[in-house]
Ligand binder design. Structure first.
Ligand code: SF4
Length: 305
């Protein structure tokens, strides 16, 4: 029986304000909400049946960047990571992953957590999941510079921490790869991280991908560009076909926050067409209704014979 990756959304708060954010327009959590949520997650983790799980993940919003400055929030956050260390030591779980956009200039709270994990000797069982973006998240050069600095700082000071970079294959990103403006070799060598690509989605804010495209122009790729990017990427060993739309690396089970900051459980079944909040998955290409996932399956089938 394969074991599950359970994730908890701790809050939707983030100050980066990306126009494409899945959580755009959804309510944030107050400091009181955060304290209650963190306690509730600990309560769930203490009572979880670990026969069914091997990874735990924490996602936002943004978990650091000015989100855990409040003393009590920080205390609860710290306790959550202490519990994770205990769960790893007790062999109840194999890996913990947590997300950060790494766009804050002051990461002292994150480093306090990482220092505590480092002291336990279990830093290599934690994975920091971040995102790289060729246009929309780094909407100023300064933001890209901060991300770059933070990644290198973490690599230097917490070298045992695993890192994972998620990239959205937007039209802009695919074009920059094909033109050579994005240098794969440099990126891989510099950041030394696992890289994967997820499909694109209009999230909860926009009516559909066409409305989103009006506000975030060039976000969804054209099918021909995407397929050319996949072909070129495979030929040049930029990635493996398994690195694109691989749902196994994400959650199987997610506790996400609803409009009142209470958990709803979402069990993922691969490429779900129906999302929580009653939204339909409006994803992938701007100029075709064929799903990226289906194209990738066809390419995989051809490759494997
Ligand atoms: S950095 Fe991430 S969480 Fe923050 S607004 Fe952008 S997409 Fe949303």
């Amino acid at each position: 029986m394969s074991l599950n990756n359970i994730q908890f959304e701790l809050w939707k708060n983030c100050t980066n304000g990306c126009n494409f954010c899945f959580n755009k327009g959804l309510p944030c959590s107050s400091e009181e909400d955060k304290i209650r949520i963190l306690k509730e997650v600990r309560y769930k983790l203490v009572r979880l049946n670990y026969d069914y799980y091997d990874k735990i993940g924490f996602i936002g919003g943004e978990l650091f960047g000015n989100q855990i400055e409040d003393e009590e929030v920080f205390r609860e956050f710290f306790k959550l990571f202490e519990l994770c260390i205990y769960l790893l030591q007790d062999k109840k779980i194999n890996q913990i992953n947590f997300t950060s956009n790494l766009l804050a200039e002051d990461n002292s709270k994150m480093y306090q957590i990482l220092d505590m994990i480092k002291l336990s000797g279990l830093l290599n069982r934690f994975e920091l999941c971040t995102s790289y973006d060729s246009k929309y998240r780094f909407n100023t050069e300064e933001k890209e510079r901060i991300w770059h600095y933070n990644m290198l700082y973490i690599k230097q000071n917490y070298s045992d921490l695993q890192t994972h970079v998620e990239i959205l294959p937007t039209q802009d990103f695919c074009e920059k790869c094909l033109s050579g403006e994005f240098n794969y070799e440099w990126f891989k060598e510099t950041y030394d991280s696992a890289i994967d690509y997820s499909d694109l989605n209009s999230g909860f804010y926009y009516k559909d991908k066409f409305e989103m495209e009006e506000h975030v122009s060039g976000f969804f790729p054209k099918r021909a560009t995407f397929l050319k990017w996949v072909k070129t990427g495979l030929e040049n060993n930029w990635f493996r076909i398994e690195d694109i739309c691989n749902y196994n690396i994400f959650f199987n089970e997610l506790y996400m926050l609803d409009n009142t900051n209470h958990f709803i459980q979402y069990i993922r079944h691969g490429h779900d067409k129906q999302l929580p909040y009653g939204r339909i998955n409006q994803s992938d290409y701007i100029d075709s209704d064929i799903l990226m996932y289906d194209d990738l399956q066809r390419i995989k089938d051809t490759m494997h014979g």
